[in-house]
Write a protein that binds this ligand. Structure first.
Ligand code: F0G
Length: 421
C-alpha cells in the first residue's frame, strides 16, 4: 500500500521551548507549550504537540522499558511515573486460527498500573500540570480516565476532581477513583455532558483538564504504537499490517496516527509500512463509524448512546478531527459491533487467558466481523488492542462467565457435583 501521510512541519517556530511547541491542527497557528494554559486554538480547533526533532528507532535504544523509554518522542525526559507501559503483546493461537489471519497478537493495555492505557497519557499529563504550576486536576470520564487521574494526581500530590455519568461507570473504576481520593461527582447525564461541564470549569480557570482533548495526554499514548512497532519487528522482522482498537473519544486512534507520522517524518518508517488503523465502536455509540461510512470531515453528535461496553459509551468523540484522517490516511476503516458480539469476544479472549473489560473486547469482535466480510485478508498480520483489565468491570465479567454453584461443606457432595466416581 502506498499512501501520503501528512507530516507536521519540522521547523521550530519562535514560540518553541527546547524544540517543542503547540500547533492548531486546522490553521497551523503555533503557541508556546508551557507559557499559559491552553487546550484549543483560537477558533476552538484541536491542538497538537510538535517537535523540531522527531524520533527514530535508534533514539529509543538503551533507554529502559515503558513509556519513558520513548522520551525522545515526548516533551519531557521523565514524568510522574508509577511506572507504566511495557505491556504484554500476547499470542492468541486459537483465536488466530478461528478468525483466520496470518498473525494475531493482543496488546493488553489492561496490564498498566491502574489497569488501562490511560496511565500512559497521565504520566505525561500530570508532569505538564506540574510544569504549569496548577494544583487541581479534573476530567470527565466513563471510568478509566478517572481511575488513572486519581492515581497519578495522588502520586504527584495534587487534588483531583472527576465527573462521571451517574449509574454508567463500572464498579472497579469508581472504587479506584475513590480510594486514590479523587472528589467524585456523579452527573445526571452521559459522558459527553460531563465533558461539556469540565471544559466550562477549565475555561473558568477552576481546574486543569486532563481529558484527551489535552494534547499532552496523547503524547504519552503514542507509546502504545511505538511499543507495538518495536516488539513486532523484533519478533517477525516486519511491522504489522493492521492495528484494531476500540474507539470512544478517539484519543488513542489520534495518538497512534501521530506516532506513525512522526516516525515517517524522521525517515524511520516508510509510509508503506504504516499499519492500517481500524476503529471499532459499539452499535449503540458509533458516531465515528457513521462518519467514516459517509465520508464526513467530522462526526455528528449522538445524543442517545447505549452499550454494555460503558467505557466507550460516547456520542461526541472530541478527537474525531485528528482520528478520521488517521483512519483514512493509513488505509484503515471503522466498524460497529453488537453488545453480544463484544461479550462473545470477551469470552474468546478469556479462553486464551487474557482477561479484559467489555470495551477492550470490541477490538476482537470488530476484527472477526471485518474478516467475515472480507475486508481483512487471511494473509494479514494483525494486532488487536485490549484497553482495560477484566477486573475493571466485575459485573460484566460475572454476566459473561460461568456461574458459581453452591455445594454442601462435604467432600462427597463435591465429588457428586463434579461427576466424579
Ligand atoms: N477502551 C477503554 C477501556 C476506555 O476506557 C476507553 C476510553 C476507550 C477504549 C476509548 O478510547 O477515547 O481514546 O477512543 N475511556 C475514556 C474514559 C473515555 O473516560 O475512561 P478513546
Amino acid at each position: 500500500m502506498s499512501l501520503e501521510l501528512t507530516a507536521p512541519t519540522p521547523d521550530a517556530p519562535e514560540v518553541a521551548e527546547d524544540g517543542v511547541w503547540l500547533a492548531d491542527i486546522e490553521t497551523g497557528e503555533t503557541y508556546a507549550p508551557f507559557d499559559e494554559i491552553r487546550y484549543t486554538g483560537e477558533d476552538g480547533n484541536l491542538l497538537e504537540v510538535r517537535y523540531a526533532d522527531p524520533p527514530t528507532f535508534e533514539d529509543f535504544q538503551g533507554q529502559g522499558r515503558g513509556v519513558w523509554r520513548y522520551r525522545a518522542a515526548l516533551p519531557f525526559e521523565e514524568g510522574v511515573s508509577l511506572p507504566e507501559g511495557d505491556t504484554p503483546l500476547h499470542e492468541a493461537p486459537r483465536l488466530r486460527e478461528e478468525i483466520g489471519v496470518e498473525t494475531l497478537r493482543v496488546k493488553h493495555e489492561g496490564m498498566n498500573p491502574t489497569g488501562s492505557f490511560k496511565d500512559r497519557g497521565m504520566t505525561v499529563g500530570v508532569r505538564v500540570a506540574k510544569e504549569l504550576g496548577v494544583d487541581r486536576l479534573a476530567c470527565a470520564s466513563t471510568g478509566n480516565t478517572s481511575a488513572a487521574l486519581a492515581a497519578y494526581g495522588a502520586r504527584g500530590g495534587m487534588e483531583t476532581l472527576v465527573l462521571l455519568p451517574s449509574g454508567k461507570v463500572a464498579a472497579g473504576k469508581i472504587a479506584q477513583a475513590a480510594l486514590h481520593d479523587a472528589r467524585i461527582l456523579e452527573v445526571d447525564g452521559n459522558f459527553d455532558a460531563c465533558l461539556d461541564i469540565v471544559q466550562d470549569l477549565a475555561k473558568l480557570g477552576e481546574v486543569y483538564l486532563l481529558n484527551s482533548l489535552n494534547p499532552f495526554r496523547l503524547e504519552g499514548q503514542k507509546t502504545i504504537g511505538l511499543e507495538i512497532l518495536e516488539e513486532f519487528r523484533d519478533d517477525y522482522g516486519r511491522f504489522p499490517d493492521r492495528i484494531v482498537l476500540p474507539v470512544g473519544n478517539a484519543g488513542n486512534t489520534s495518538a497512534l496516527y501521530k506516532a506513525f507520522r512522526e516516525l515517517v517524518q524522521s525517515g524511520a518508517l516508510d509510509p508503506s509500512e504504516v499499519p492500517m488503523l481500524t476503529g471499532v465502536q459499539a452499535e449503540g455509540a458509533a458516531p465515528m463509524v457513521e462518519a467514516i461510512e459517509n465520508g464526513w470531515e467530522d462526526t455528528k453528535r449522538w445524543d442517545h448512546v447505549e452499550t454494555r461496553a460503558t467505557a466507550i459509551r460516547i456520542g461526541n468523540p472530541v478527537n474525531a478531527p485528528k482520528a478520521l484522517p488517521g483512519i483514512r490516511q493509513t488505509g484503515g476503516t471503522a466498524v460497529a459491533v453488537s453488545d453480544d458480539a463484544i461479550t462473545e469476544a470477551q469470552r474468546d479472549l478469556a479462553r486464551e487467558g487474557i482477561g479484559v473489560e467489555p470495551a477492550s473486547a470490541a477490538s476482537v469482535a470488530g476484527l472477526k466481523k471485518l474478516r467475515d466480510k472480507g475486508v481483512v485478508d487471511a494473509d494479514e498480520d494483525v494486532v488487536c488492542l485490549t484497553t482495560g483489565h477484566l477486573l475493571k468491570d466485575p459485573d460484566a465479567a460475572f454476566e459473561a462467565g460461568g456461574k458459581p454453584e453452591p455445594v454442601a461443606n462435604d467432600t462427597q457432595a463435591v465429588l457428586d457435583l463434579i461427576g466424579a466416581n
